[in-house]
Write a protein of this length. Sequence first.
Length: 289
Amino acid sequence: MSNKTRPSEPLTLSQFLVGAGMFEGGMLLVAFALGFLMKVHPTAELQWSWKSFGIGILATVPMLLLLVASFLSKSNGLNQIRIFLRDLLGPMLDRCRLIDIIFLSLMAGICEEVLFRGFLFQWARGINATFAIMFVNVLFGLAHAITPLYAWLAGLTGLYLTAIMSLESKPNLLIPITAHSAYDLVAFLVVLWDYRRNRANRMANTEDETDVRETAASEEEPLKCSMRSIPPTERKVPPTALSDQRDCHPSYWRLLQPASEKSCWLFRSRSASDNFLTHQWQPEKRPPI
């Protein structure tokens, strides 16, 4: 039995969607299970209203501005986040339909908000309001800690989502759910766009390099090959070209009597078939450099 481990196969689209659904759905199950044990209803502050839904959509704008700023920024930390998300999510999002991306956005927005601002915030608020705000959003940042900077940004985003719950007279969990889901939808589309743009640039660069190599190969004509294709009596090679070959073939240089009035330097091939030395020899010399 071979000890070599076979390389892991990439996830299929169905495996990716099922895995993401199970992960986010697991948060929802944890929220309701812990809520049942601690007598805290995770969706007690969730009420549907068009007003709250509209507030949630408008509340997405500041987060989207932060997203745009992160893509335009030259910061190494933000570039690392962008590259990480592009390389991790881009290949799978490229295979998703729009309905799949909407599904992922809704699952993330609903399940995470029910757990963090539905159950955990209500439970910790019974201890102390300030403690609840800090505790919930520190956990929210740690849950998104793909890099230290991203964890800080996620924690600040969590503070923002906690604050917008109280934009109405009565706190409504629908506002952060809407803002979170809408933001994730746009963020997924931006990551997909960045992935496709980067892939197109790589393909264009590869094609350019291939064209350059093919052009160079087609223009390059080795001296020996070109000389073998010319009849012996017509071989005329500049002294500079011959001097470049002198170190490689020091024993094959001879000064030949040219057939024309102008003198020329000829290269004698080692091949017996190229033995064309029918002219009168002059005294042996090295070609001038």
